[in-house]
Design a protein around this ligand. Structure first.
Ligand SMILES: [Zn+2]
Length: 369
């Protein structure tokens, strides 16, 4: 790498490096070293890139207007929503052809998740991650002002044959209004024939389980489980990177045009695991616990008391940090505090130590495959 040793830097190169250092929150020390160094500009720019890839990353939310959505995200979190449309979903971290997260701030601001992974996937996800493979997790906030249609995602074994993708998802209930609940799985003994007959007789409600929920509850919903969410739920959804949903029943409702909305009954009948019992609801508690553990990911509920710290060592694995309550700072890094509603990617190569400014609760998503 002889080309890198052509220093010292010219004055204009030095000032370029100084701008990079300031954007990374690095002090004068790095600039001082550069001034007397034998290394050339490419070396120092590489140094900046590596340093940038070691910071926690937050992305610009991708807000999605939905007929069933609302404006709760601007009420519950310090956020500004675009326009006046009902916003049903905020895609917080996504790497898909039709939707790309864009880095919100810091030295990589404006870069897409895909481009960042092309640049240095080894630093972000780990040395074994194939560069072209999409980021495996999608995180969304869901603001349900109306009950969602009953739906199902295809299990992994049959998804490819249906040109779909499996979608195992975890819901963390950040807000629950009134008697809102969740609909999960079938009542014992419901057969495919009974299920299909109930769709046409508009009596499907009698075939499914409905559970009351409290804020802080969560549930892991595997592909193949029929599910719906009641009006009044604000949910953090952590899921496999997928967008295949088959709608099976709309509770007898009509669409805005007065006609029934399009359903995917044949696909749903193939996808539903009729023998599978409903998933257990993990009840709210302010204790540290693994709330979801499956092949696709693990989620740890992690309370952090005011003044306490939460540390992650470098080189272990890429993690996602979701703040559902409170406020934390990244010690030693010049980045904005992590506040309720924030979702951050913690790169594989970085070491992080968060300190809580107030009693906080975070979800840590890890072990993705
Ligand atoms: Zn779903």
């Amino acid at each position: 790498m002889g080309a890198l040793k052509e220093g010292p830097l010219r004055l204009d190169e030095l000032s370029l490096f100084a701008i990079g250092c300031r954007r990374l929150g690095l002090g004068g020390e790095a600039r001082g070293i550069a001034r007397g160094s034998k290394f050339s500009l490419p070396f120092f720019m590489e140094f900046l890139t590596v340093a940038a890839m070691h910071l926690p990353v937050r992305f610009q939310p991708l807000y999605q207007a939905r007929v069933w959505g609302g404006r709760a995200l601007a009420r519950v979190f310090p956020r500004t929503l675009p326009g006046t449309d009902p916003i049903g979903e905020s895609w917080e971290i996504v790497d898909r052809p039709e939707a790309q997260s864009v880095v919100r701030d810091g030295p990589l601001a404006g870069m897409t998740l895909r481009d960042a992974l092309h640049l240095r996937s080894a630093d972000w996800i780990g040395p074994d991650w194939p560069v072209t493979r999409p980021f495996p997790i999608l995180i969304k906030w869901l603001d349900c002002r109306e009950r969602l249609s009953l739906q199902v995602h295809p299990p992994a074994e049959i998804a490819p044959a249906m040109r779909g993708e499996p979608k195992t998802e975890n819901w963390y209930l950040a807000g629950v209004e009134g008697q809102a609940g969740l609909i999960l799985g079938l009542k014992p003994g419901v057969t495919p024939a009974q299920f299909e007959a109930a769709i046409h007789a508009n009596t499907l409600e009698q075939c499914v389980n409905r559970y009351s929920v409290q804020p802080g509850d969560s549930v892991l919903v595997h592909s193949g489980t029929v599910h719906a969410i009641d009006a009044g739920c604000l949910i953090l959804e952590i899921q496999q990177n997928s967008d295949t949903t088959y709608r099976v029943y709309d509770w007898g409702r009509m669409g805005l045009d007065g006609k029934p909305r399009k359903m995917h009954i044949a696909e749903s009948m193939k996808s539903i695991l009729f023998e599978e019992p409903p998933p257990p609801i993990v009840r709210s508690a302010d204790t540290a616990a693994v709330i979801a553990d499956c092949e696709e990911f693990r989620i740890r509920r992690t309370p952090v008391k005011k003044g306490a710290q939460l540390a992650f060592a470098a080189g272990e694995q890429c993690r996602l940090l979701s703040v559902v309550r409170g406020r934390l700072r990244a010690r030693g890094l010049d980045v904005a505090p992590f506040i309720a509603g924030d979702n951050a990617l913690l790169p594989f190569a970085g070491a992080f130590n968060f300190e809580a400014d107030e009693d906080s609760l975070v979800l840590v998503t890890e072990n993705f495959s």
